[in-house]
Design a binder for this molecule. Structure first.
Ligand code: GLC
Length: 573
């Protein structure tokens, strides 16, 4: 037996919370084709009933939407597409009435190129003081025609754009400006320079702005990217979204733009701001690929927790799960932070589809109609099993909107409707992330599945989603939705305590969760082969009930690709 984790001694709300990720443009609309704050507010009751403790909203700030809102033009105002600041305050107030905490997104690595700072930096020419907020440099080579270094954009192509090459240059004050600016993402997302004190001041003030309006925490976008080596040395490797440096060859110098030690000073400074407000959460989105690095972000005086992307990209395999579960708990426990468990978000192929591909792991960056199509039944079955495996583990749980419905990826979106800059920056070589961002199906029989009152939807929804619509699932006791409700309810009843991973005596991953004053809860996940339950096992939750298409007998066995929670019924022995 391996003790994975001992019960927590501190009880900040975020340590064991179920946190539901809302992708605002695709959750619910109160008007047209794009989801909005009014739609979100009207559906908060649904999230509460699901059993969540908190919501995290992807950005809803003023933005030209070149990267679906991760290109912020004004950090203190709501984009008219989503409503206005009153609507944001009303949403936060309603969430609090329902006892839901609210985590908002903070995008500190870059602004939009429409941000007032960047516009002033362009218009003011090479001497503009606003250039100090960003990374403007002269080019290399003859006439400065080469970018200042060889860095690559995460979205494809070079990480530099020359000012005079911008589409808006002709006829503008910068039409002859030959300086370059850095953007680790799209050219519309210039990177901020965190060696500039004004950038620090501005973000301290933005934190306070949303905390004063009731936010209970921040999810910090690209938390491993803010600090750069000011010398900007060459480093031409691709740092992958979510899986981080896992594809970078060994024995190359440490990246000058990712995971730099200076970044931690920023989070210490923010912690100081947050300490004035009780227990707000700071959640790191940092793609590192090594839990040893991850734990540095969640030391006591920095962030609260970090997305466990090692778990997300793990294949659905016993050995891989054993390793990632034990490692993540050990690393986070070493600094007193809770582990998080996450299987999907708005940047990856949905788990219900990823687990149905022949090669699991992070999966492709989107799927197109002519590429390998996931085995839908297998994928959904494994995803549920993985959800049930993680839900009794110590730590907090992140669930991406639609996972509770076992929603798959849209794998046949026509290219004409795609919006992700990844698709354009790779000239269509990568489909991009639109397939996991399709608006949710609420009502089976309505146009746009009830997503918007006027029946429109910014991305087309697959016909097959009729059966998965929320209203259908609500009425079906064996639906995925009702499984999640039951699971989250039970999680609260049984509580989280210590966790012990049992050595395998046969197939399957087996752990025991012991909460104070409760009977031990046993969790077993069967992978490729069924696992026999011990005598006296009283099953309290079985993912196979949802996915079992007749045939397999659940009693006495945990069928392949499923998870069971049981208690040992001593009287029944
Ligand atoms: C984060 C977001 C992603 C966005 C990127 C650039 O990874 O999750 O959606 O494209 O940052 O801001």
């Amino acid at each position: 037996m391996q003790i994975l984790h001992r019960a927590n001694e501190t009880h900040e709300w975020w340590r064991e919370a179920v946190i539901y990720q809302i992708y605002p443009r695709s959750f619910a609309s109160s008007g047209g084709p794009i989801g909005d704050l009014g739609g979100i507010t009207s559906r908060l009751g649904y999230i509460k009933q699901l059993g969540a403790d908190a919501i995290w909203l992807s950005p809803f700030y003023r933005s030209p939407q070149k990267d679906a809102g991760y290109d912020v033009a004004d950090y203190r105002s709501v984009d008219p597409m989503f409503g206005d600041n009153h609507a944001a305050e009303a949403m936060i107030e309603k969430a609090h009435l329902l006892d839901l905490k609210v985590i908002v997104d903070l995008v500190p690595n870059h602004t939009s190129d429409q941000h007032a700072w960047f516009q002033a930096a362009l218009a003011g020419g090479k001497d503009a003081p606003e250039r100090a907020h960003y990374w403007f440099r002269d080019g290399k080579g003859e006439g400065g025609n080469e970018p200042p270094n060889d860095w690559l954009s995460v979205f494809g192509g070079p990480a530099w754009t020359r000012v005079k090459d911008r589409a808006d240059a002709p006829g503008s004050p910068w039409e002859n400006d030959d300086s370059w600016y850095l953007h680790l993402f799209d050219s519309s997302q210039p990177d901020l320079n965190w060696t500039d004190p004004a950038v620090h001041e501005e973000f301290n003030s933005i934190l306070r702005y949303w905390l004063d309006r009731g936010a209970d925490g921040f999810r910090v976008d690209v938390a491993h990217g803010l600090a750069k080596d000011p010398e900007l040395p060459d480093w031409q490797y691709h740092w992958d979204m979510v899986s981080g440096g896992s594809e970078v060859p060994e024995n190359v110098p440490a990246p000058p733009q990712w995971n730099r030690p200076e970044v931690h000073e920023i989070y210490r400074e923010w912690r100081g701001v947050l300490n004035d407000y009780g227990q707000p959460a700071l959640v790191a989105e940092a793609w590192l690929g090594d839990p040893k690095d991850m734990k540095l972000y969640v030391r006591r005086d920095e962030m609260s927790q970090a997305f466990n992307f090692d778990f997300l990209i793990s294949p659905f395999e016993e050995a891989a799960y054993r390793k990632v579960i034990a490692e993540s708990l050990a690393e986070m426990d070493a600094v007193g932070a809770p582990t998080t468990w996450v299987l999907s978000n708005h940047d990856v192929v949905r788990a219900a589809s990823r687990f149905g591909l022949s090669t699991m792991g992070k999966g492709p960056n989107g799927i197109r109609a002519w590429e390998e199509q996931p085995d839908a039944a297998l994928g959904a079955r494994r995803a549920l099993a993985a959800h049930a495996l993680q839900a009794a583990l110590p730590g907090s749980l992140y669930i991406y909107q639609g996972e509770e419905l076992s929603l798959p990826e849209h794998t046949s979106l026509p290219d004409e409707v795609r919006q992700d800059p990844t698709f354009f920056r790779t000239n269509g070589a990568e489909a991009g992330r639109d397939g996991c961002r399709v608006p949710l199906p609420w009502l089976a029989e309505h146009p746009s599945f009830g997503f918007s009152p006027d029946g429109s939807s910014w991305l087309p929804q697959p016909h097959e989603w009729t059966e998965l619509a929320m209203d259908r699932q609500a009425l079906d006791p064996n639906s995925s939705l009702n499984f999640f409700k039951k699971m989250y309810q039970l999680r609260k009843v049984v509580g989280l305590g210590s966790a012990e991973l049992l050595e395998a005596d046969g197939p399957g991953l087996h752990y025991v969760s012991r909460a104070q004053g409760r009977d031990p809860l046993h969790i077993v996940t069967a992978f490729d082969e069924p696992v026999e339950l011990p005598a006296g096992a009283r099953v309290v939750l079985a993912s196979s009930e949802v996915t079992q298409a007749g045939g397999e007998k659940a009693e006495g066995y945990v069928p392949a690709n499923s998870t069971v929670w049981y208690v040992v019924d001593r009287q029944g022995l």
